[in-house]
Design a protein around this ligand. Sequence first.
Ligand code: PBG
Length: 326
Amino acid sequence: MSSYPQTRLRRLRERAALREMAKETRLSVSDFIYPIFVTHGRDVRTEIDPMPGIYQFSLDHLIPEIASVAEMGIPSVLLFGIPATKDPSGTEAYSANGIVQEAVRVIKQAAPELLVFTDVCLCGYTDHGHCGVVNDGSVDNDETLELLARTALSHAQAGADVVSPSAMMDGQVAAIRGELNSNGFVDTPIMSYSAKYASSFYGPFRVAAESSPGFGDRRGYQMDPANARQAMSEIAQDIEEGADIVMVKPALAYLDVIARAREQFTIPIAAYNVSGEYAMVKAAAENGWLDSRQVTIEILTAIKRAGADIIISYHVKEMAQWLAEG
Ligand code: PBG
């Protein structure tokens, strides 16, 4: 490339139509997955304090919510459940009549074309709040695998389109793939939370999902935020175990990990724009310190530019609205 004054990179920036033609990254509503929290009871529509605009819905309120999501052209949702009761092994997570299983049936009835992803984990369902079975004060990897596999199967049986393990147990993708295959669900894809970091950006989610660990933290199974090479090992293992989509989570502070994964692997990469990232934007916007719309578009564009094919975000409904407005 020649240099200034022959080359003037500003030439393509002066006019809006040229800027559009030169645009390298374009958000589309088809990129998005919208997370939804479902809870037991009737007439529950509780806004989550640190996540303005995001609610816990009982199933009666879920129906109109799903209708509006589908009508906006949003292709998919990711379900999280708040169980009626919690116990040491997270029984409701794999119960045929658990809240997520019921919600899947309701959604499939209301909007059969909408893709339903389900989070496969135990932390919201265990009384200690950890993502698996606790033995001698730590999470027992291999004992947890069986429960995760049962959970994923129960979601598929309820009609889930894609199951999404987030417990960060070694071997969870293989365990789930095996269980699905031997029960006739060979075609159900797995989106694995492959590179999931032990992040403080999950704080608001844990209010929403009522899933904070009762003792200790998740550093014994989730990744150290300092590690990027190790994320490539996690992703490679999950692909080998049969993952169809791999995820990096959180997104914004881990754009380098997304970019590296995009260079190294060929399968679709999802990025989770998590609750704390959402809360920061909303809190600043409420104070008049940031323009919520402009900042959100910039953040989601950056996540896609880094290499994410699929973006999971609490901003999806407002973003779909903005895209529709043009
Ligand atoms: C469950 C799970 C978590 C999130 C998604 N699935 C929380 C955690 O690991 O504590 C976080 C999502 C968010 O912060 O938006 N394991």
